[in-house]
Design a protein around this ligand. Structure first.
Ligand SMILES: C[S@@+](CC[C@H](N)C(=O)[O-])C[C@H]1O[C@@H](n2cnc3c(N)ncnc32)[C@H](O)[C@@H]1O
Length: 213
């Protein structure tokens, strides 16, 4: 892996995710927690018509594999920093280009992609370097679609003390909008992820969709 400008504790974080990879695909958790945001991303990609797509922080590769198989796009990359996650992803399919690299340094040429997507991984990235890297690898007009938990609640906001920020920070929808608009993107949509009733009561996450200027 490259020495990119990751968060100070990122090595620890993705080592942890690498271990969790063993249980990550537990079907009920996947169905309730991760499937709805993936559905949102697939829908946005279908409308945009992207042919070259990267899923950054792809985990065990479920979304990247769906993009490859359901949308039949030309080229799909799955990037993750965790070797354990990518082991699972590689076992899933060889039709995705799996890469063990950090979000902050994807190693692709400028303008190589039509879309960058990411679900529940962005908080672990170093926000400004990662957004700059997404902008660099996207062509003008390219799509950025990301899902993160909304931390804007009475219980969740105090859970982000300075100490934790070395590992992760969950931006509020307003912070995400400001970050993207200030770094070469136009935000075109931002709203809560649609979830069935039970899931909606448990999980509050937000999809932000932006266009590279
Ligand atoms: C909660 S998992 C989400 C996985 C997948 N996107 C999903 O929705 O199931 C977060 C992922 O982000 C990855 N990650 C953390 N920091 C990263 C970084 N700097 N660059 C790339 N991936 C990173 C972790 O290894 C982990 O696989």
């Amino acid at each position: 892996m490259t020495a990119a400008a990751t968060r100070p504790l990122n090595r620890l974080v993705h080592a942890g995710w690498g271990q969790l990879a063993r249980v990550y695909d537990f079907a009920p958790v996947q169905r309730v927690m991760y499937r709805p945001p993936q559905d949102e991303i697939i829908a946005r990609l279908a409308v945009h018509g992207a042919r070259r797509v990267a899923d950054v922080g792809c985990g065990t590769g479920i979304l990247a594999t769906r993009i490859r198989n359901d949308l039949r796009v030309d080229e799909v990359y799955g990037f993750d920093a965790a070797a354990g996650m990518l082991r699972k992803a590689r076992a899933r399919t060889d039709r995705v280009l799996w890469r063990q690299r950090p979000a902050e340094d994807l190693g692709l040429p400028d303008g190589a992609l039509d879309a960058v997507v990411s679900t529940h991984a962005f908080p672990f990235f170093n926000h400004e370097p990662a957004v700059a890297e997404f902008r660099r690898v996207l062509r003008p007009g390219g799509l950025l679609a990301m899902v993160v938990f909304n931390p804007d609640g009475p219980l969740t906001t105090p859970m982000q003390p300075a100490l934790v920020r070395g590992a992760a920070y969950w931006p509020t929808p307003e912070e995400m909008r400001t970050l993207l608009e200030g770094n070469g993107f136009e935000v075109i949509e931002q709203r809560r992820v649609r979830r069935p009733l039970f899931g909606a009561a448990l999980v509050r996450d937000v999809v932000t969709v932006a266009r590279r200027r």
